[in-house]
Design a protein around this ligand. Sequence first.
Ligand SMILES: O=C(O)[C@@H](CO)OP(=O)(O)O
Length: 201
Amino acid sequence: MGRLVLLRHGESQWNLENRFTGWVDVPLSQRGMQEAKNAGDKLRGFTFDRAFTSVLVRANETLRIVLEAIGQTTIPIEKDKALNERMYGELQGLNKAETAKKYGDEQVKIWRRSFDVRPPGGESLKDTAERVLPYYARHIKPYVLKGETILIAAHGNSLRALVMELERLSREQVLELNIPTGAPLLYEFDQNGNVVSHRYL
Ligand SMILES: O=C(O)[C@@H](CO)OP(=O)(O)O
């Protein structure tokens, strides 16, 4: 039975400062490093065959800390920009609360959580899914079908795109989907690649 653990990176410096981040390559905060260590504690007992991550340092560092915590630093790791956070365009660097004051809470929620509305100059969740899902299908799913145990360390919105697919969520459901930092989410699959269970560890 294949197993897949999805892990959003620990708190980043800009999560802490409440700024739109997207493709800006900000590091983990002190707390984010601790969250990654805690995620490692929750993953003791898992033996991963391989791991996948984005090319952004907050996800790479989270993965490194987890693999160190569980003593599995020598597994194959594939890094790809297909797993990067959604590109946030002109919002990158702005404070989320100030942006909500300027444009209204409803507009900011649409930019942050809707399926197909693009933030100015950025990617919608749909755009993000159009790079995450083909990458998943080609590079990750074949290993899940072989019965491997896989870890993906990525980002709030690249993982929302994947969760939407794995759980077959509607556009309405994905509007309310938030993925917390540093919380490993386990999916188990049958031989046909259907999800049989999912839960936060
Ligand atoms: O700023 C970002 O890039 C993301 C993740 O932190 O934010 P949001 O919660 O709006 O998806």
